[in-house]
Design a binder for this molecule. Structure first.
Ligand SMILES: [Ca+2]
Length: 172
């Protein structure tokens, strides 16, 4: 009886130790990857996207307001935005315009339904931390899009990700 118990312990302990080491290594790798991700780019890990559609009319415009806030990371310094024109492929080009106080920026997705978004643009906090975000297109024809938006603590898209919320003001 006593020998059986001892044998069982010997057989079990190395397995337990191996599992513990593997778990520690996995956690360390995950943490390291997260740190590398943060250092590599100011673009945050957390996704903030808004899917939408523009109707057939050439004048169709969607209007959002993005509310940047301090979620504990820091006060917002700028908003980064880009847009991706989604399938089905259609003739019009889809653009996004961002405004804060006197500052405006625009970005257009040059190719429909290729999976690549427009250039990432940044608008700084100039007059409060509410940004007007418009999405429009160059002509008639329905379009689908995905808008990506991130508030960060520094100017021009730098710093850390901070509080980000969106409200739809007009859906055409
Ligand atoms: Ca595209």
């Amino acid at each position: 009886m006593a020998m059986k118990k001892t044998g069982a312990r010997v057989a079990t302990n190395p397995t337990a130790t191996t599992r513990a080491r593997a778990g520690t290594a996995k956690r360390a790798t995950t943490f390291g990857a997260a740190v590398i991700g943060l250092l590599a780019s100011a673009v945050p890990v957390e996704a903030h996207t808004q899917t939408g559609a523009l109707g057939n009319g050439a004048e169709a415009t969607d209007y959002y307001q993005v509310f940047c806030s301090d979620d504990g990371t820091g006060a917002p310094g700028s908003l980064s935005v880009q847009i991706s024109d989604q399938a089905p492929a259609a003739a019009p080009l889809v653009s996004v315009q961002v405004r804060n106080g006197p500052d405006l920026a625009t970005s257009t997705d040059p190719t429909d339904a290729d999976g690549a978004a427009s250039p990432l643009i940044h608008v700084n906090v100039r007059a409060g931390s509410v940004f007007d975000v418009l999405v429009d297109k160059t002509g008639a024809g329905s379009e689908n899009y995905v808008l990506t938006f991130h508030c960060v603590t520094g100017p021009d898209g730098t710093g850390l990700h901070t509080g980000t919320d969106i409200v739809t003001r007009q859906n055409q």
